[in-house]
Design a protein around this ligand. Structure first.
Ligand SMILES: CC(C)(COP(=O)(O)OP(=O)(O)OC[C@H]1O[C@@H](n2cnc3c(N)ncnc32)[C@H](O)[C@@H]1OP(=O)(O)O)[C@@H](O)C(=O)NCCC(=O)NCCS
Length: 148
């Protein structure tokens, strides 16, 4: 069973490594990850196995003026994919958003990201918009939303 907890600055190196392992483009830079860990309106959740091996992370963004939270990122180490970690991180992100009074969760996913799209659609997310030319390589984003 993975342990899920909020990230600390001590997780920074492992989070940067995960970002490189999980994403081929549009990676968050180290300073952006550090900012997210420190931010009062962002939640970075990490999944650990075997005590201290970081194998997944999710980043949630909130705004004081909105009841709509945004899942800015979710990533699982490639050699740990398909084991349900993505689903557990998504559950935890939703629970965190609910705990802050948010009523909806939105996210963007690459139109060619089969694993991501499957994860979200299985969990009741519906596509409400398409953003052309959204990612660095020109790929479009599919925007999904779920009522919490
Ligand atoms: C998307 C991601 C977080 C899913 O994590 P995961 O731990 O593999 O997720 P789960 O094990 O909970 O599986 C989610 C679903 O995707 C399916 N899946 C996993 N890998 C897949 C793949 N390569 N292609 C298609 N479906 C896949 C699983 O079978 C599962 O579907 P099911 O519930 O119907 O069986 C992970 O693949 C990842 O980190 N990808 C790279 C980063 C990324 O794309 N993040 C999302 C950006 S929005």
């Amino acid at each position: 069973m993975p342990e899920l907890r909020p990230a600390t600055l001590g997780d920074l190196d492992a989070l940067v490594a995960l970002e490189h392992a999980a994403f081929a483009t549009d990676r968050a830079e180290r300073r952006a990850i550090r900012h997210a860990i420190r931010s009062a309106t962002m939640d970075v959740l990490v999944a650990l196995i075997d005590g201290d091996m970081l194998v997944g992370a999710a980043v949630l963004e909130r705004r004081k003026v909105s009841r709509i939270a945004r899942l800015a990122s979710i990533a699982v180490a490639p050699n740990r994919g398909g084991l349900g970690l993505g689903g557990k991180l998504l559950d935890a992100a939703e629970e965190t958003a609910r705990g802050h009074g948010c009523e909806r969760l939105r996210l963007e996913v690459r139109a060619d990201n089969g694993a991501g799209i499957r994860l979200y659609e299985r969990r009741g997310y519906t596509r409400f918009a398409v953003r052309p030319d959204y990612y660095e390589d020109g790929m479009e984003a599919w925007r999904y939303e779920r009522r919490l």
